[in-house]
Ligand binder design. Structure first.
Ligand code: KG4
Ligand code: ZN
Length: 330
């Protein structure tokens, strides 16, 4: 059984975790940077990179101590090698390279999106390939057919903003603070979702893709009229997102040989009303629905360690010359 240390630093969470290939999470340590970025209303790449550099080594020490292990007990060291804010990615990857070099253990360069894509298998031993994955994060909104480790077929993607980005921008417009997704969800919970007329971009379109930029602009216009409560705009926005996701997923499902499970991953998968809609959709289609627990949806080290464990199990390791990638499609 392999023991993998995984490091994550591609956005504003610094994280280190240790996972065993039998799906036991031995430890996971995480430090958010919300306080560093709040005053700017978004993640500042340079500040994020500096914070990762300060936080990563102590977090690795914590992860090892919490698991009662030393570096010698670890079989391989995995790190996010992209895509993401490049300064942060470099911090995690260089740390992993140094640990690999010092211990003589192999390095595994993990695609952050693969970390999200495989994370549901960490908590669900019955989730077999293939599955249909809705990957919704701050940078992505994609439907993928996950055929196996390293074997992903992208079925659709956003033509403009990612869903998480739309949540973050909406939060900023409405003055709900940062991070935006959870703030919009909280406000939406006490708002009337039918009070503010908002568009459903690409709903009913004869193409599989997603679009959210028009929705965000409509939120801005609605807010500027001064006619609506912030909570009602948040709720109406969230419902519009849910309608769009539902419509686009069913469009694709109508046209493919649907796999047995519908799976959601990425930070936006932490949104409870979105999870409920997906659960309903899966039931309508006779599909299993799998969603990671909320802590595993947003960026964390365990998903990187797990993707590392899956890759290590297939004999996939990387050289110490692996270069960090700001862009890296699955
Ligand atoms: O996967 P993630 O942690 O980082 C990226 O790889 O992008 O996703 C972060 C995104 C942010 O846009 C954040 O606002 C969104 O996920 N998010 C949410 C919720 N929690 C996080 N969006 C909607 N509802 C939430 N509860
Ligand atoms: Zn992510």
């Amino acid at each position: 059984m392999a023991i993998i240390l995984g490091l994550e630093s591609s956005c504003d969470e610094t994280a280190a975790a240790i996972v065993r290939s039998d799906r036991t999470i031995l430890s996971h340590a995480l430090a958010g940077q919300e306080d560093h970025h709040r005053a700017f209303g978004g993640v500042v790449p340079e500040i994020a990179a500096r914070a990762h550099a300060e936080l990563m080594t102590p977090l690795v020490e914590t992860a090892l101590a919490d698991a009662g292990l030393t570096l010698n007990d670890v079989d391989a060291i995995a790190a996010t090698a992209g895509p993401g804010l490049i300064g942060g990615v470099m911090v995690g990857l260089v740390t992993a390279k140094a640990l690999a070099m010092a211990s003589g253990k192999p390095l595994i360069a993990v695609n952050h999106l693969e970390g999200h894509a495989l994370s549901p298998r960490l908590i669900d031993a019955d989730l077999e390939f293939p599955y249909l994955l809705l990957l919704v994060s701050g940078g992505h909104c994609q439907l993928l057919r996950v055929n196996g480790v390293g074997d992903y077929k992208r079925l659709s993607t956003t033509i403009d903003d990612a869903v998480g980005e739309a949540f973050d921008k909406t939060a900023k417009i409405l003055g709900l603070g940062f991070p935006g997704g959870p703030a919009v969800e909280r406000a939406a919970a006490i708002g009337n979702a039918h009070n503010v007329p908002l568009p459903r971009p690409l709903k009913g379109a004869d193409e599989p893709h997603f679009s959210f930029a028009g929705l965000k602009s409509a939120v801005l216009r609605a807010h500027e009229t001064g006619q609506y409560r912030v909570e009602d705009i948040a709720a109406s926005f969230q419902l519009a997102v849910i309608d769009c996701l539902y419509d686009r997923i069913t469009y694709t499902l109508d046209r493919i040989d649907a796999p047995p499970a519908l799976v959601v991953a990425g930070g936006v998968a932490a949104n409870v009303p979105i999870r409920k809609m997906l659960e309903k959709l899966a039931a309508q289609r006779g599909m299993r629905f799998v969603a990671p627990p909320l802590w595993l949806c947003t960026d964390n080290g365990a998903m990187i360690a797990w993707a590392g464990a899956e890759r290590f199990g297939m004999g996939l390791t990387d050289g110490l010359d692996f270069v960090a990638r700001p862009r890296w499609p699955l």
